[in-house]
Write a protein that binds this ligand. Structure first.
Ligand SMILES: Cc1cc2nc3c(=O)[nH]c(=O)nc-3n(C[C@H](O)[C@H](O)[C@H](O)COP(=O)(O)OP(=O)(O)OC[C@H]3O[C@@H](n4cnc5c(N)ncnc54)[C@H](O)[C@@H]3O)c2cc1C
Length: 135
């Protein structure tokens, strides 16, 4: 039998955006389809925990969650989606990601570091702006 991947050969689901909505959807659907999450960050940041993380940086260690830690049955592409067609998503690296079902959960796109370690360093250095677009 051909390798049908973690989704058991069912439809290809692509989720764009690994914030609160996209991460929750990806975690929930990961074993029901062949799922790919596209996000420019390697981690989910829980936004409403950022204020506490600013005054207590160790708290950020719990509110910055690597996508790979909860996405055990799917694929992560660390990139921005820059275009979509009826059947594919184009990433900023020029990669085409085919889909049968597409979830767009891009919320707001603040310029945050790509890695959890870099983001934790910002908390530890007290360099967090909870609303970067107003800086
Ligand atoms: C300080 C703070 C406190 C808050 N407190 C509360 C609260 O107490 N209660 C509450 O209900 N809400 C609160 N909110 C609001 C809540 O965080 C948002 O409503 C929620 O995060 C929206 O989730 P989302 O998944 O739609 O978008 P987001 O969380 O904004 O996630 C969007 C994701 O999409 C990614 N993305 C963007 N563009 C692209 C692209 N082109 N390609 C791929 N990925 C992309 C981003 O990197 C991000 O990971 C708070 C927000 C902040 C900032």
């Amino acid at each position: 039998m051909a390798n049908q991947g973690a989704g058991g050969g069912r439809g290809k689901v692509v989720v764009i955006g690994g914030g609160i909505a996209g991460s929750y959807i990806a975690k929930t659907l990961q074993f029901h389809g062949n799922l790919t999450l596209i996000d420019p960050k390697e981690y989910l940041e829980i936004p409403w925990a950022s204020l506490r993380g600013m005054v207590e940086p160790t708290f950020a260690e719990r509110s910055l969650i690597e996508h790979k830690d909860y996405l055990t049955g799917s694929r992560l592409i660390v990139s921005n989606a820059i275009d979509i067609s009826d059947s594919e998503v184009l990433t900023s690296e020029g990669r085409l990601v085919p889909y049968d079902y597409l979830v767009i959960a891009t919320g707001h796109g603040d310029p945050l570091p790509k890695s959890r370690a870099e983001r934790l360093k910002q908390y530890q250095a007290g360099k967090i702006n909870p609303n970067p677009k107003q800086s």
